[in-house]
Design a protein around this ligand. Structure first.
Ligand SMILES: NC(=O)c1ccc[n+]([C@@H]2O[C@H](COP(=O)([O-])OP(=O)(O)OC[C@H]3O[C@@H](n4cnc5c(N)ncnc54)[C@H](OP(=O)(O)O)[C@@H]3O)[C@@H](O)[C@H]2O)c1
Length: 290
């Protein structure tokens, strides 16, 4: 029997596969799926089964999930179509006889008002009502959402946002992937909903951390949501993505990306990556590539 990891052609799913392999799961028991199987070619060489699964095309899913006992359902990127995507995946998993589904949701999914939470909330409800055994991992914000911006932040010496003085309990993708591997490989998690997040910080504090690591002053510049949306669009983000990112920052300001829960630390058995550690390693990567 095998475990299917969806979104393995992306960052988080790939890290879940890596963590399962590192934990000793035989590669022959792992099925890595994505829409673009070309991005899974190196995994195929390790003995992991690689299959195409496009949640928007249910005809691809029966074959992709055949023979699996467990699944990590990584939420898709297609905002607006995500609930339909996830429902198709859950239905296909049940047809294939998958008996445990681990879904990667968003922190505070049941109460958050930001637009991004809606499809997660609907997916959680659908999964709970589906009759499948499940674990819901409500992942907090990725530290990489910030460290990926480091070249721009360095260039303009400014971190932009609409988060006011809200706290964000961000952690690294690697931490969230370790949590997914933990609930797959340990007993006792079925039916649980975990709120996952790392050490909280405000974006003003993050700017101070970046200043400290880079040795140059970086300021946090807070702006109204409409202005931040326009700035992100002007920087090249598709308009709907820019609107979603700025809206999520408004949610951050309301406390929707903060959690005091220690579920992540408990699941992974170590502290989550801190903002300081993430900025340090991202800065080192930038330095190396110069
Ligand atoms: N917590 C956060 O801060 C945060 C930030 C951004 C995103 N997210 C959510 O977390 C998820 C994982 O993050 P990530 O960084 O790994 O994202 P990522 O690198 O963009 O990977 C997304 C994955 O989803 C797959 N996918 C997209 N649409 C699909 C569909 N219709 N059917 C099947 N697979 C589909 C992609 O497959 P292909 O590449 O093969 O098309 C890819 O493997 C994202 O998809 C998003 O829902 C969370």
């Amino acid at each position: 029997m095998s475990t299917v990891i969806t979104g393995a052609s992306g960052h988080l799913g790939r890290l879940v596969v890596d963590q399962l392999l590192a934990a000793g799961t035989p590669s022959a028991q792992i099925v890595a799926t994505g829409r673009d199987v070309g991005r899974l070619a190196d995994l195929a060489r390790t003995g992991v089964s690689v299959r195409r699964a496009d949640f928007a095309d249910p005809t691809t899913l029966d074959e992709a999930f055949a023979g699996a006992e467990a699944m990590v359902l990584v939420s898709t990127t297609t905002v607006g179509q995500r609930f339909d995507n996830h429902r198709n995946a859950i239905d296909a998993a049940r047809r294939a006889g998958v008996s445990r589904i681990v879904y990667t949701s968003i922190v505070n999914a049941s109460t958050a008002e930001m637009a991004l939470a809606d499809e997660h909330r609907r997916t959680e409800d659908y999964l709970r009502d589906s009759g499948s055994a499940f674990v819901i991992l409500r992942n907090g914000w990725y530290l990489e959402n910030y460290t990926d911006q480091l070249p721009m932040i360095t260039k303009y010496r400014a971190l932009l946002g609409s988060a006011k003085d809200g706290l964000v309990s961000a952690a690294g993708r690697r931490d969230y992937a370790a949590a997914a591997a933990a609930v797959l490989t340990q007993d006792g998690h079925l039916g649980a909903t975990y709120e996952l997040g790392g050490t909280p910080f405000t974006l003003t504090e993050l700017a101070a951390t970046i200043s400290d690591v880079l040795g140059t002053h970086v300021a946090y510049r807070d702006m109204p949501v409409a202005d931040y949306t326009a700035t992100l669009t002007a920087a090249g983000l598709p308009p709907e993505m820019a609107a979603a990112v700025a809206d999520a920052d408004a949610g951050l300001a309301r406390g929707e990306l903060f959690t005091a829960a220690d579920d992540l630390v408990k699941l992974i058995g170590r502290p989550a990556t801190t903002a300081h550690e993430a900025v340090q390693s991202a800065a080192a990567t930038i330095d190396e590539s110069r």
